[in-house]
Design a binder for this molecule. Structure first.
Ligand code: G3P
Ligand code: CA
Length: 268
């Protein structure tokens, strides 16, 4: 079983642009991913939801209310309807100090549009969000990854990593496409803890875990690593958290401000 898992063997401390450069630009828009790419991150992170007509789109919430000018569930919108929504105006209103008129041109991108826009220029860290409400989400992701030839070993970092809080979705994805490294996310309310049997189960499908930096200490991280898992911490918002994550020996971080990673150049 264990030989069926893709190792994440690189030693590089990964900088993952959380929802794109989401502290600087409206999350999950092409401009947010583009700013992250210009900052030379290792991965752009893309949360997936699915439209009524079965198209994978980049959005964190199940509802469009927070990050567009529309209301209601993504699953109640056809792609054509979703494309009418504005995905940047909310950011200018919410963060006037960061407002930029160009953000108001942004729409909700489909995953396919993101692949067409960036191609091989970035690495993709993709979250299956709310898979229990989206029948066939895993198959659709596999199909798109294959269509754009993104399932391959580039000899450097994996081109694609897939993550989810949902264990069933990840095990289903692993059965469909065992070549991709998978990250099991956890939302520990207080102190992170995993038992021997948890690790045994994870070893059948996952290469790493994603946990909130506030929930971990170094013993937890080392224990996870001894069990064979990389540990990626979310969501780093300032220099102190970035340095903490590095000194805790994590293997990477999700950060809203991609340039925060530069602080580590002085640490190495
Ligand atoms: O995927 C890691 C981190 O992004 C989890 O939190 O809510 O931003 O998807 P969330
Ligand atoms: Ca996420």
């Amino acid at each position: 079983q264990e030989s069926n898992i893709q190792p994440l063997s690189n030693e590089k401390f990964l900088i993952i642009a959380h929802r794109g450069a989401s502290a600087i630009a409206p999350e999950h828009t092409i401009v947010a991913y583009e700013i992250a790419h210009q900052a030379d991150v290792d991965y752009i992170e893309i949360d997936l939801q699915m439209t009524k007509d079965g198209v994978l789109v980049a959005m964190h919430d199940e509802k469009v209310d927070r990050t567009t000018d529309g209301t209601g569930f993504v699953k109640e919108y056809t792609l054509e309807e979703l494309e009418q929504l504005n995905a940047g105006k909310w950011f200018n209103k919410e963060f006037p100090g960061l407002a930029n008129r160009e953000f108001e041109q942004e729409r909700v991108p489909t995953l396919e549009e993101i692949f067409l826009h960036f191609g091989d220029d970035v690495n993709y860290y993709i979250e299956l969000k709310s898979p229990s409400i989206y029948e066939g989400m895993e198959e659709k992701l596999c199909t798109l990854l294959r269509k754009y030839n993104l399932i391959r070993d580039t000899g450097d970092l994996p081109k694609v990593i897939v993550e989810s809080f949902n264990e069933d979705s990840l095990t289903k994805f692993h059965a469909l496409e065992p070549q991709l490294p998978l990250i099991q996310l956890f939302s520990f309310k207080e102190k992170a803890a995993l038992s021997h049997s948890d690790y045994k189960r994870l070893q059948t499908y996952a290469s790493g875990i994603g946990v909130n930096i506030k929930s971990v200490d170094q013993d937890f991280i080392h224990d996870a690593q001894l069990n064979g898992f990389k540990v990626h911490l979310f969501s780093i918002k300032n220099e102190i958290e970035m340095k903490n994550a590095f000194h805790l020996d994590a293997n990477g971080v999700f950060t809203d401000t991609p340039t925060l990673g530069d602080i580590l150049l002085q640490e190495e």
